[in-house]
Design a protein around this ligand. Structure first.
Ligand SMILES: [Zn+2]
Length: 491
């Protein structure tokens, strides 16, 4: 037996100015694709040979150019056609939150899955592993046989989820039966930063999902938080259940409805948790706490969710409220012009410049007088086994004169989320009292390093406040934009 595998990972924020072109995309073909999807072992131990197609890794970013998407789509379809006579099933890793500039359907996944199903006919088993921050619809469910997303945010279970889906597909390929997911689409618009799995109500929701999935009549069950940073008619949360046998369908539909009602009744518990505050207050509060090492995250400019990392609002407040003796690091601020100017000068040079891309009110320039105190590498990745990472450029760190405020000036939207990345820039994370990073919730690797964290609820492309955006295409009424009391599923 043979399984065809492919993938596309993209989370596309339409409020980010950058449009992704083909050369921005990390394309892995054939064996490299099969390897990077982390599922080879699952199939091979079931005696199934893996045929790798293309894994397009894009990550969280702006919208994708139509031409780039069509190149990805046609490469997957071309290789699928080439191997059609020898394959027994299809495994796909599709994030679920892609947005294509100039595509009527907006979502790349929804178009791609229809094209794949059309090519292979009605009965070829297709399984899809997804991110809970993707948008799924009943129509998407019509094109696939198995679909399941991760439970945990941050996504500590992403690899394990892909392997679960692969094992389930191997089961279906070996023991063929009609199988179709039931997708209950809920009128809820949730922000990823308001639905962390270490907090309620996700703790309760994940417990209910685990409990439900223990029943042998349930092949798989999951909850989609959804994605809200581009306008599309597919936005919203969902409960997805896959019955094990055709005769389990009624039972599973009832189970899915029971879960959807329970989640709906917990909806008021979604929200920011821990310490969070408006931007100026976040700066004042963290300075007052005075615990080393404290972290302030810049929610509206979250590079981990695709923002450009060039907002200067927190820097302005820090310059205004800074207290003598406090060592502060901004990691970092993206400004291509300032970066180019600094990169030509050696360490120790006194500099005067305006810092800020000045693309909108959030990236208004701040006048800086200071000294280049360090040169180092811009490095993307953690240097560990799962993600070796790579050097993507050089960074100059400038100390503002008369203060202990250091600013890493970048030419790319890097998120600093691991002490290793700071070390590559020539800096020690723990040498600072306060580190400001372009992040929303605190990422996995920074959690154990951080003694105090405050999320600054800044405006910007990665704001989690649905009312800040002008949606035209979404289902209405939808909670929390509208006053919806009773759960009525989206048809
Ligand atoms: Zn996600």
């Amino acid at each position: 037996m043979n399984v065809f595998v492919a993938g596309m990972d993209a989370e596309c924020n339409e409020h980010v100015t950058k449009i992704i072109q083909l050369n921005d995309i990390h394309m892995l073909y054939g064996d490299e694709c099969a390897e990077a999807l982390n599922i080879r072992q699952e199939f091979e131990s079931a005696g199934i040979r893996v045929i790798g197609s293309l894994y397009a890794r894009i990550g969280p970013t702006g919208m994708i150019a139509r031409e780039a998407f069509e190149t990805i789509s046609s490469e997957i379809l071309r290789t699928l056609k080439e191997h059609l006579s020898e394959i027994d099933g299809i495994y796909l890793k599709l994030h679920g939150a892609s947005g294509i500039d100039g595509l009527e359907e907006v979502s790349g996944e929804h178009v791609l899955i229809k094209r794949i199903r059309h090519l292979v006919g009605r009965y070829m088993p297709i399984a899809v592993a997804q991110d809970p921050h993707g948008n799924i619809t009943p129509e998407f469910g019509e094109s696939v046989n198995i679909v399941r997303c991760y439970r945990q945010s941050p996504h500590t279970d992403s690899v394990e989820t892909c392997r679960i889906v692969a094992r389930k597909l191997a089961d279906l390929m070996k023991c063929r039966r009609p199988m179709k997911p039931i997708v209950l689409k809920m009128p809820m618009l949730l922000g990823g930063e308001q639905s962390m799995s270490a907090e309620e109500p996700m703790l309760t929701i994940n417990r209910m999902l685990d409990e439900t999935e223990k029943n042998p009549r349930v092949f798989s069950v999951c909850f989609y938080i959804g994605y809200l940073s581009h306008d599309d008619d597919k936005l919203g949360s969902a409960v997805v259940i896959v019955p094990n046998q055709p005769e389990d369908e009624d039972f599973c539909r009832n189970e899915a409805m029971r879960l959807a009602e329970a989640i709906w009744n917990l909806r008021d518990q979604f929200g920011f948790k821990g310490n969070f505050a408006p931007p100026e207050e976040a700066v004042i509060r963290t300075l007052r706490e005075g615990i080393r090492t404290s972290v302030i995250t810049d929610l509206g400019d979250n590079c981990g969710a695709g923002a450009m990392g060039q907002q200067t609002e927190l820097l302005r407040y820090m310059l205004q409220h800074w207290q003598d003796g406090k060592k502060v690091l901004f990691a970092g601020i993206r400004d291509i012009r300032a970066h180019a100017m600094l990169s030509r000068l050696p360490e120790g040079t006194d500099v005067t410049f305006d810092l800020g891309a000045d693309e909108n009110e959030w990236s208004r320039p701040v006048h800086i007088e200071g000294t280049i105190i360090r040169k180092g590498d811009e490095f993307k990745g953690y240097g560990n086994e799962t993600y070796m990472g790579r050097k993507v450029g050089e960074v100059s760190t400038v100390r503002v004169r008369g203060t202990l405020i250091d600013i890493m000036v970048l030419d790319t939207n890097l998120q600093y989320g691991h002490p290793f990345e700071f070390a590559k820039a020539g800096l020690d994370f723990h040498e600072y009292d306060i580190v400001v990073v372009k992040m929303g919730y605190l990422d996995t690797f920074l959690i154990p390093e951080t003694k105090y964290h405050c999320m600054a609820i800044t405006d910007g492309p990665t704001s989690q406040e649905p009312s800040k955006f002008d949606f035209k295409r979404i289902y209405r009424p939808i909670w929390p934009l509208d006053d919806v009391r009773k759960l009525r599923l989206i048809e």
